[in-house]
Design a protein around this ligand. Structure first.
Ligand code: TXA
Ligand code: MG
Length: 340
């Protein structure tokens, strides 16, 4: 059965529609909702049976912990304890917003949410629908990205419906999400901030507040972060990344002609400044190669669009890895399966 799709204007939120979702949450149901990053698939985080439904709907492995979303700072102290001044500093600067913080959990958080870990991931989203929905629900909301496990995260309600029809109760359609990649996930090692997943808050922004920030390299990420699997964010098509070296672009063009001559359907995800080079191919603009923020808003959307066209291969140009460009390249490398 199709989920109930409720259209909500983020500038002028209809509370009666949100209340339908609240009722579903209180009945252990699943509600997909937009955040400023991507759409999340929400359930009552304090109810183990409700949270179990998330794993089932997404086909998510039971060792991949969920993020718990809150709307008020006070809620944090029910979920987490021994919170360091460093964590407080980051929260006061970046919450509400795309930063997820790993903290020691309290007994209130069911084990299934954290997959048995002693820590819990907490985030306070800034998206207006997410904020209001969590606050009306009156409970923290456990929510991973609202895609089938391993697929690109959803940046529109259509993406959610394509992946999860028949598996969830309600989708709030609040249009396209603003940031387009997921939140940055950080943990702490004494006075050091460690980025487990680059995302909507850049490493440069974190450094400007806390000084020392370590970014796990993507191989280490696989070993030390729970539930990290080598191939992730993957469309059906094979993804190939072209490095930023201009000779690689010329080489890629030859390969593209070759693939075309074999009858392969190819999609190109190109930097704006190179679009002209790909005029003989089905090319989509990711954004200017030095503007990670713009590229982030389009990344998952383009990957899914090429899937709808049934392309066999997606050839993606690398962009500059500063700002949100780091998150974009992290997702692209994972989609291409080159991190293993
Ligand atoms: O922007 C976002 O973060 C979106 C929206 C919906 O909020 N959510 C999201 O959730 O991307 P998900 O489940 O797709 O990614 C959560 C990440 C996973 O990589 C998981 O391994 C990590 O957070 N994580 C969760 N709890 C953790 C913990 N206790 N320790 C370390 N990593 C954790
Ligand atoms: Mg996800």
């Amino acid at each position: 059965m199709k989920p109930r799709i409720l259209k909500i204007d983020p500038q002028n939120i209809d509370h009666d529609l949100l209340k339908q979702g609240v009722e579903t949450i209180h009945n252990r149901g699943l509600v997909a909702f937009p955040t400023e990053t991507v759409y999340g698939l929400g359930a009552n985080a304090l109810d183990a049976r409700a949270a179990a439904g998330i794993f089932e709907a997404k086909k998510r492995p039971l060792d991949d912990p969920l993020i718990v979303h809150i709307s008020e700072k006070e809620d944090l102290y029910r979920l987490a304890k021994n919170i360091s001044p460093l964590a407080e500093k980051l929260m006061s600067r970046f919450w509400p917003g795309p930063l997820t913080i790993i903290l020691e959990k309290t007994d209130l958080v069911p084990d299934i949410v954290t997959t048995g870990l002693g820590t819990v991931a907490v985030r306070m989203p800034s998206g207006s629908i997410a904020k209001k929905f969590i606050s009306l629900a009156g409970v923290p909301i456990a929510a991973p990205s609202a895609n089938l496990f391993g697929r690109p995260s959803p940046t529109s309600a259509k993406h959610v419906v394509n992946d999860l029809t028949g598996r969830i109760d309600i989708v709030f359609d609040g249009g396209k999400t603003k940031i387009g990649v997921e939140s940055t996930v950080v943990e702490f090692d004494q006075d050091k901030t460690i980025v487990l997943r680059p995302g909507g808050i850049s490493v440069e922004e974190l450094r400007s507040i806390v000084g020392e920030v370590k970014v796990l390299d993507e191989k280490a990420e696989l070993v030390s972060s729970p539930g990290k699997y080598p191939e992730h964010y993957s469309p059906e098509a094979k993804v190939v990344v072209i490095s930023r070296d201009s000779r690689q672009v010329e080489k890629a063009l030859l390969t593209l002609w070759e693939m075309k001559s074999y009858g392969l359907r190819v999609g190109v995800m190109a930097k704006q400044e190179h679009m002209e080079k790909y005029k003989n191919f089905d090319a989509q603009v990711l954004g200017p190669g030095s503007d990670g923020r713009t590229c982030a808003t389009r990344l998952f959307h383009i990957l899914r669009e090429f899937d709808e066209k049934n392309v066999d291969v997606i050839v993606a140009e690398a962009i500059k890895e500063d700002g949100l460009g780091l998150a974009v390249m992290n997702r692209l490398r994972k989609a291409s399966g080159t991190v293993s």
